[in-house]
Design a protein around this ligand. Sequence first.
Ligand SMILES: Cc1cc2nc3c(=O)[nH]c(=O)nc-3n(C[C@H](O)[C@H](O)[C@H](O)COP(=O)(O)O)c2cc1C
Length: 334
Amino acid sequence: MTTSHGAADPAPAAAYAQAAEAAGRAPSIHNTQPWHWEVHPDRLDLRADSSRALPGTDPDGRMLTVSCGAALHHAEIALRAAGHAVDVRTLPDPADPDLLATLTVTGDVPVTPEAMRLVQAAELRHTDRRPTVDIAVTPAQVEELRQVADAYGVHLHRLNPDQVTDLVVAVSHAEDAAAAEPAWQAETARWTGPDRPAGAGLPPEVIPDRRPETDVGERDFGTRGTLEVGGGHDKASTYVVLFGGDDDRAAWLRAGQALSAVWLHATVQGLAVLPYSQVVEIDGTRAMMRRILSQLGHAYVVLRLGVADPEHALPGRTPRLPFEQTTTVDDLGA
Ligand SMILES: Cc1cc2nc3c(=O)[nH]c(=O)nc-3n(C[C@H](O)[C@H](O)[C@H](O)COP(=O)(O)O)c2cc1C
């Protein structure tokens, strides 16, 4: 078998292993990377790994599932960029709830420039907690991202100025609730402190060195990092909500696929992205988000879009767990 550009096509099992490896770059709540891949000769299975769950912060596994959905999208685009047509089944076995998805290569597809752009963006994508500069995100950029989310059945709504004011209040309530919750604080400390697991969690280089001067307060990790935030603000930032009609695991997986797709397209557009999930993690503020959305749906995650201040250092890269820790490969020779 050859790809459209003439290179030898890897055997599917090797392609599945490469896709699992590429999916390791996906974003995840607190960089927990709560997924486990099983490479089989005929398919790639994605499982939730509850050993890296956040029971205090994320008791229902919402953010865990959204994170796994983002990894699923990363694997999907890696297979497409390698010239494979892929069939994706989510939650394929009701008797096996940890099996979140199965990907199966069904044939060859031409490698499109779009597929190449997305896998390249996956290498560059990162969470940007630097404030943004006075360059507005254009309506055309937001419209493109809306269409990208729509392809996964997920809505993207740009918050108007009044709704951003409501978001400021919701974020502040969420931070107060988190500060009053010892289990929450303990988990944040575990994934951002010196005892975080090797290859996971947030290193000091990606945590601001002081509270940024933004209207919508950034997540408080309870520790000062070394990321220079400079004097930017969020006045020209755009806040969008990914939301949908359902609030169950299937919906959260789709939200994760859409989050990854939107984030990678925003990266191609040159935009900096920062998720805000604390307002969705806490019951009271999740209800506030529903009111902000005029009860039209359930919020999955809020994103700040903007242009980062080029004067200030790029955030360092977050580490990743070794491949062997997130992936089991069986019967490669079969
Ligand atoms: C579902 C989800 C929720 C997240 N929530 C937040 C958040 O509330 N605040 C924040 O600063 N980063 C948040 N992040 C970003 C993660 O911390 C980040 O993806 C992870 O540390 C890996 O870093 P990277 O995105 O730079 O590769 C979230 C990411 C995901 C996927």
